[in-house]
Design a protein around this ligand. Structure first.
Ligand code: DGP
Length: 114
């Protein structure tokens, strides 16, 4: 998608602090962090939201989770604990319609989330 900001980050067309990437997934720091560590893991391909995932994306969805695990260790939050969140739809707070996992850590988190 030419007008998608996360596609542009994945393609290196706009800057982001990328902390990890492989052929399928890019992870970068959130512009508006909600915790000392706040990363976003995205697929390189454009998928608007969780609602657009299908069976063809099963391996890719797993790769997003594995990337989250990798960067949690890399950022030193694997043992202290971290939260992985995917907002789906405006009602859940999704503002960028390119599917992404939030990886948050470095502070305590309460439950239920707000
Ligand atoms: P969500 O609300 O779940 O769609 O999360 C979108 C997140 O994306 C939000 O926490 C802010 C972040 N974000 C939006 N635009 C940019 C950007 O241009 N660069 C970076 N690094 N993060 C962005």
């Amino acid at each position: 998608m030419t007008e998608c900001i996360f596609c542009k980050i994945a393609q290196g067309e706009i800057p982001a602090e990328i902390v990890y990437e492989n052929e399928d997934v890019v992870v970068f720091r959130d512009l508006n962090p909600q915790a000392p560590i706040h990363l976003l893991a995205i697929p390189r391909v454009h998928i608007a939201s969780m609602n657009d995932l299908d069976n063809a994306h099963a391996a890719l969805a797993g790769k997003l989770l594995l990337a989250a695990k990798t960067v949690a260790a890399q950022e030193g939050i694997a043992d202290s604990g971290y939260r992985v969140v995917m907002n789906c739809g405006e009602g859940a707070g999704q503002t960028v319609f390119h599917i992404h996992l939030h990886i948050l850590g470095g502070r305590p988190f309460s439950w239920p989330p707000g």
